[in-house]
Write a protein that binds this ligand. Structure first.
Ligand code: PMP
Ligand code: GLN
Length: 380
């Protein structure tokens, strides 16, 4: 039978992590911390299991957990989501994205995607029967920016949804107040929905603020806001995330969610809910990662890599055209094999595999790991 995703292979993150392991390279490819989470977190999960919280939670997630999530969103962005009807716990942001698309996109509907785009977006749109409509970010000396004029030009009666991601993987760019004004202007008077992937919401540097769409009622009313505890609490392997959306949109989401995963494991929800009662370590996360960004950038400045701006996320992109003319995937493989440092080709975030001579490094690593990577890269 014909494949539903004929041109899709294995995700680049698995490919590069496997190569990094085989070559014993420092893995700055796939995005995950190489340090552990706060031990209070696994302790809280273990306690939940020992207390017998081992059966299904309610389909949208444990009420106490949804309450914590709601409280966090109010305190940071001033928008109140009703935990009963407007917040659902998901198996990471990946499931949140797929379920949002399955819930909203009808066969033939168009979904606007801004490239470079996280690699799950386009396959998820296609599985929902949607048609991805691509626009490319613009890149100049200031860095990457969103081409709002082009987006406006692509909107038609067929457009169902706009996929957004800020802070942005892989470019590290962050939406500004000017982006928000442009977005408001574009969607006003349309029936366009928005899926806003905000998994890096707590990693924004140099005093910028995260422009969650939750801050803006005229955007929030049409948005699914998606985040992930993996990034925020250094537990990418737990695969716990959430979606916040107005009740009518959330009702559609839950219709799909209940048959997609039904619900998400109880003890981790209980552990996270307990932990969030008295701690808000994400308030310090931007400063924590800004230090790592600065350490890494300073080291790279001694190489022939050209640094692109990094305003948020834990990714630093670099232009390697002064070092090599290899295509990005070949260069990333060469770097892993020959220099012993794994990276991700940014071409993996473009449907047509656009070549820009740019690779992405993840700096969510212990300082010692970053120093070792820089030592290996110093020869370049
Ligand atoms: N969106 C973006 C932009 C990401 O970078 C990631 C993962 N790194 C995800 C979604 C998926 O998050 P999760 O691991 O919670 O599924
Ligand atoms: N989102 C992470 C990254 O961009 C990886 C997630 C994954 O491996 N699927 O590196």
């Amino acid at each position: 039978p014909p494949s539903k995703l004929p041109e899709i292979g294995t995700t680049i993150f698995s490919v590069m992590s496997a190569l990094a392991a085989e070559k014993k390279a420092v893995n700055l490819g796939q995005g995950f911390p190489d340090f552990d989470c706060d031990p209070a977190l696994p302790a809280a999960v273990t306690r939940a299991m020992q207390e017998g919280l081992n059966q299904y939670p309610p389909m949208p997630g444990l009420p106490a957990f949804r309450q914590q999530i709601s409280d966090k969103i109010v305190s940071l962005y001033g928008q109140r989501y009703d935990p009963a009807t407007e917040i659902t716990v998901t198996a990471g942001a990946t499931q949140a994205i797929l379920t949002t698309l399955l819930a909203c996109v009808h066969p033939g509907d168009e979904v606007i995607v801004i490239e470079p785009a996280y690699d799950s977006y386009i396959p998820s749109i296609r599985l929902a029967g949607g048609v991805p409509v691509l626009v490319s970010m613009e890149l100049d000396e200031q860095g990457y920016s969103i081409p709002w004029g082009q987006i406006k030009a692509k909107i038609s009666d067929k457009t169902r949804l706009l996929m957004l991601n800020s802070p942005h993987n892989p470019t590290g760019s962050v939406m500004t107040a000017a982006d928000i004004s442009a977005l408001c202007e574009i969607v006003r008077g349309t029936r366009l929905l928005i899926a806003s992937d905000e998994v890096y919401e707590h990693m924004v540097f140099d005093g910028m603020r995260h422009e969650s769409l939750a801050r803006y009622p005229e955007l929030a009313e049409r948005s699914y806001i998606i985040s992930s505890f993996g990034k925020t609490y250094h537990v990418t392997g737990w695969k716990v995330g959430y979606v916040a959306a107005p009740a009518a949109l959330m009702a559609e989401f839950r219709k799909v969610h209940q048959f997609n995963v039904f619900t998400v494991n109880t003890p981790m929800q209980a552990g996270l809910a307990h932990y969030m009662q008295n701690q808000a370590p994400y308030l310090e996360l931007s400063a924590f990662y800004q230090k790592k960004r600065d350490l890494f950038r300073q080291g790279l400045q001694k190489t022939r890599f050209r640094l692109l701006p990094c305003a948020g996320t834990y990714f630093q992109s670099v232009d390697y055209s002064a070092i090599s003319s290899l295509p990005e995937l070949d260069f990333a493989r060469w770097l892993t094999t020959e220099a012993g440092v794994a990276a991700i080709p940014v071409s993996a975030f473009y449907r047509q595999g656009k070549e820009s001579g740019i690779v992405r490094f993840c700096f969510a690593k212990q300082d010692a790991t970053l120093h070792e990577a820089l030592r290996r890269l110093a020869i370049l």
